[in-house]
Design a protein around this ligand. Structure first.
Ligand SMILES: [Zn+2]
Ligand SMILES: [Zn+2]
Length: 147
């Protein structure tokens, strides 16, 4: 599969060995719809025999090498996102699911400010982290008992 070759190439370019766990962690980040916490990546690789410490080390390696961005979206949890896909996570709003905790990147124009006089200048400059919370489509149950 060409994406897999591409991942090897991306690792090689930044001087990282294309180990099996590293390729797996990079694949999870590539396929994610938003930034992922360490625990999310561990859960995604559940069954692949890659332990938590290895996942953490590889996330750190990918970040140090510039293949991933790390950001704290305001809840003091580091989340990781591949740098090739989007601009840094500080630059756009995020939807966070109250039920499962999934974070989805939203286009910048999803949230527009209309700052009143006297509001912090950061609002006008867009220099604020925006987080919208609610329940994601997967967790929403239109009818029936809660489980
Ligand atoms: Zn959810
Ligand atoms: Zn994002």
């Amino acid at each position: 599969m060409s994406q897999a070759i591409d991942r090897r190439e991306r690792l090689r370019k930044v001087g990282l060995k294309a180990t099996t766990p590293r390729l797996a962690v990079l694949r999870v980040l590539d396929e994610a719809v938003g930034p992922l916490a360490h625990a999310d990546v561990v859960a995604a690789l559940d069954g692949d025999g890659i332990d938590r410490a290895t996942v953490y080390r590889n996330l750190t390696d990918l970040t140090d090498a510039g293949l991933a961005h790390r950001s704290d979206l305001g809840d003091h949890v580091w989340r990781f996102r591949v740098s090739s896909v989007v601009e840094p996570d500080a630059a756009h709003p995020h939807f966070v699911c109250n039920a499962c905790g999934e974070v989805v990147c939203l286009p910048a124009e999803t949230v527009r400010f209309n700052p009143p006089r006297g509001a912090p200048r950061a609002l006008r400059a867009g220099a604020v982290a925006v987080q919208v919370r609610g329940v994601c489509d997967k967790c929403r149950r239109p009818l029936g008992p809660r489980g």
